[in-house]
Design a protein around this ligand. Structure first.
Ligand SMILES: *Cc1c(COP(=O)(O)O)cnc(C)c1O
Length: 227
C-alpha cells in the first residue's frame, strides 16, 4: 500500500513539474468504492483526507467509522431521492447534471444551514454511456441554478473514455479546461469556477498536465487484491 502511494505521489509530482504546476494545486481523491473499511482506514492513516465514493450503500460503513476524519466526495451518479442519505456527509458532489438535483440539494442544504460544493458533470467525449451535460448546455444550466444560494459551483467534472494510450484522453481534458475558462468569461456563477475534477488511474498524468485540480484515483492506489 505504502509503495503504491509513493509511486503515485512521484508520478503526480512529475506531471506537475512537466507542466509547470504546483503540487499543492492538485488534490488526490482516494476512491475507496472497491476498498473495505480496513483498507480505507489504512489509506487515510497515510494522510489522504479526500475520500471518494460513488454509492451511499458502499460508503455507509466507512463513513460511519471515518466520516469525521476526511473530506468526502460523492463521485457517482446521484438521484434526487438519494440526496437525503448523503447531505451533510459528503462535502463535495461531483455529478451535478440536472436542475431537479440542484433544487433538491438546495432544499436540503438550506434546511440544514450548510453549503454544498458541487461540480457540474460534463460529457465532453459525447459517448451515450456517460452521464453529464453536453458542453453547450452548461452555460444555460448555470444560469438556471445561479439563484440557489446553498449550492456552490466550484468546478467541472468529466470522465474520459478508457484509452490504451492515455495520451489520447488529452483533448477531453483540454476541452473541459477550455469550457471552464469560457464560462468564467461569461460570469455565470457568483464566484469564478476554479476546480477541474478529471483524471483517474489510467489517465491522471495527462489530466494534471491539462489543469486538473482533483484527480480521482481508485485501482492504482488500492490494487485489485485488497479491494
Ligand atoms: C471508480 C471511479 C473512479 C476511480 O477509477 P480508477 O480507474 O479505479 O482510478 C474515478 N471517478 C469515478 C467517477 C469513478 O466512478
Amino acid at each position: 500500500m505504502k509503495d503504491r502511494m509513493n509511486d503515485v505521489e512521484t508520478r503526480i509530482n512529475d506531471a506537475c513539474i512537466r507542466s509547470g504546476r504546483l503540487r499543492e494545486d492538485v488534490n488526490m481523491i482516494a476512491v475507496t468504492k472497491y476498498a473495505s473499511l480496513e483498507v480505507t482506514a489504512q489509506i487515510m492513516s497515510h494522510g489522504l483526507i479526500h475520500v471518494g465514493e460513488n454509492r451511499w450503500q458502499n460508503a455507509e460503513a466507512k463513513w460511519n467509522a471515518l466520516g469525521e476524519e476526511g473530506i468526502w466526495h460523492f463521485i457517482g451518479h446521484l438521484q434526487s431521492n438519494k440526496v437525503k442519505d448523503i447531505i451533510n456527509k459528503f462535502q463535495y458532489i461531483h455529478s451535478l447534471d440536472k436542475l431537479s438535483l440542484a433544487q433538491e440539494l438546495e432544499k436540503r442544504a438550506s434546511l440544514l444551514g450548510i453549503e454544498v460544493m458541487a461540480f457540474v458533470q460534463v460529457n465532453i467525449s459525447g459517448e451515450d454511456t456517460k452521464y453529464g451535460l453536453a458542453p453547450e448546455n452548461v452555460a444555460p444550466f448555470l444560469e438556471e441554478i445561479k439563484q440557489l444560494n446553498h449550492v456552490k459551483i466550484v468546478g467541472l467534472m468529466t470522465m474520459a473514455p478508457f484509452e490504451g494510450n492515455p495520451e489520447d484522453t488529452r483533448p477531453i481534458f483540454r476541452g473541459l479546461r477550455k469550457l471552464r475558462d469560457e464560462l468564467n468569461r461569461q460570469s455565470l456563477t457568483r464566484e469564478p469556477i476554479t476546480e477541474l475534477s478529471m483524471g483517474m488511474s489510467n489517465d491522471f498524468e495527462v489530466a494534471i498536465e491539462e489543469g486538473s485540480t482533483f484527480v480521482r484515483l481508485g485501482s492504482i492506489l488500492i490494487g485489485k487484491e485488497e479491494g
